[in-house]
Every structure is written in structure tokens, then in C-alpha cells.
Write a protein of this length. Structure first.
Length: 235
């Protein structure tokens, strides 16, 4: 019973980590790219309607592209696992003695005695499915992926991109001039980037303050460069 509860807890933790990874990927680009685009347009035009239309178009295209990237990554992971699974079944079927030796080497690496190794190998190789699952996990280091992972990843990344992208764009809905919108957008977005960078760094074990500053500075530089280039082209 304790083993079952531990197994369920581990799977939940792994899925939660992947969801957080998707959100981080989507939010980081969603905050930065539309912010830089809006800043660049603000340097060239004063019509906020144009900035809003272009921003929404970018958020739509960006969320689709990022979501598709997440889908393909998840699909590749599943395809790779299935390919290796088929190969392991073939090896267990055609070269079972070699596969038994690999199982024995694993148990030997745990420091088990020769007698216990033999018993463990005999027990493990009784059931072909359990045998293959064991080889997948401990020989290749592959855990069975969630079959719905690709779709979930696409949704998580795409939705996070939309949420992140609407933050820098939202001030332009309430002002008439692009520069006024940029000032408010910069204040809100840089604050969000700092907070986002802080928690992202904390989750990944990086110093949260330096990580927060790094993320905020990158966003500021991207927007500043876009604004500068737009001004340069305008003149």
C-alpha cells in the first residue's frame, strides 16, 4: 500500500513539473515578444488601434507556433519511447540471454550477492511485459510518457503565451497615444517579468534575485532595441 501511494505521488509530481515547464516556456515568450513588438510600433506610430491589431495578430500567431512546438516535442517523446519499446520487445524475444545478462549486471551494480542476483533475474524475466518495462526504465532511463502529453503541452504553452502576451498589450486599450501606452506597458510588463523571473529561478534552484533581474533586463533590452530600430527607420 505504501509503495502504491509513493508511486502515485511520484507520477503526480512528474506531471506537475511538466505543466510548470510548459507554463514557463509560454509565459516567458508571451511576456517578452509582444512587449518588444508593441514597443517597436510605439516608436513608429501613435495610433494605438494599429498597435493593438498588430499585437493581437502576433499573440495569435505566436501562441499557435509555440503550441505547435510543444505538440511536436511531446509527440517526438512518445514516438521515441514507442520505438525503443518495440526494440526491447524484439531483443527480449530474439536474444533473451543477452537481456538477462543486462538485468543481472544491474542487480550486481546494486551490490547484491550472486545468489540473490540469480533469483532476482529469474523473478524479473518471468513476465515479458514487466521485463521490458524494467529494461526501458533502468537500462534506457525512459519512463512511459502520458499518451495525451502532446495535446496537453500544446494547450499549456499556447494558453500561457496568450496570457503573457495580453499583459504588455492591455494598456494600449485605454490610451490614445502609443507612447503613453508604452510607458504603462513597460512598468507593468517589467514588474511582471521580475516576479516571473523570481519564481522561475526559485523553482530551478538559481538565485531568485539575480534570475529575476536577468529576465527583466532581457525583456527591457528587447523592447528598447525594437523601439530604437523603429525610431531609426521612421527618421
Amino acid at each position: 500500500m505504501d509503495t502504491l501511494l509513493h508511486h502515485q505521488h511520484t507520477e503526480h509530481h512528474m506531471q506537475s513539473s511538466k505543466i510548470l515547464t510548459d507554463i514557463v516556456i509560454g509565459m516567458s515568450d508571451g511576456l517578452t515578444v509582444p512587449f518588444a513588438l508593441a514597443a517597436g510600433l510605439s516608436g513608429a506610430v501613435q495610433n494605438t488601434s494599429l498597435i493593438i491589431i498588430a499585437g493581437i495578430a502576433e499573440i495569435a500567431a505566436g501562441s499557435i507556433a509555440m503550441g505547435l512546438g510543444g505538440y511536436l516535442a511531446g509527440k517526438t517523446e512518445t514516438d521515441h519511447y514507442n520505438s525503443e519499446l518495440k526494440r526491447e520487445y524484439d531483443e527480449v524475444e530474439h536474444v533473451p540471454e543477452k537481456e538477462r545478462e543486462e538485468v543481472k549486471e544491474f542487480f550486481a551494480g546494486l551490490g547484491l550477492s550472486q545468489e540473490v542476483q540469480e533469483q532476482a533475474v529469474m523473478e524479473m524475466t518471468k513476465d515479458k511485459d514487466k521485463w521490458v518495462d524494467f529494461m526501458m526504465k533502468y537500462e534506457l532511463g525512459l519512463d512511459k510518457p502520458d499518451p495525451k502529453r502532446a495535446g496537453k503541452s500544446a494547450f499549456n504553452i499556447g494558453a500561457s503565451y496568450i496570457v503573457g502576451g495580453l499583459i504588455p498589450l492591455s494598456p494600449y486599450f485605454f490610451v490614445e497615444h502609443g507612447i503613453d501606452g508604452l510607458k504603462i506597458s513597460a512598468a507593468i510588463t517589467l514588474a511582471c517579468l521580475f516576479i516571473f523571473g523570481f519564481f522561475k529561478s526559485k523553482m530551478t534552484g538559481v538565485n531568485p534575485w539575480s534570475g529575476a533581474l536577468r529576465v527583466m533586463i532581457i525583456g527591457a533590452l528587447a523592447a528598447g532595441c525594437a523601439f530604437g530600430v523603429a525610431r531609426l527607420i521612421e527618421h
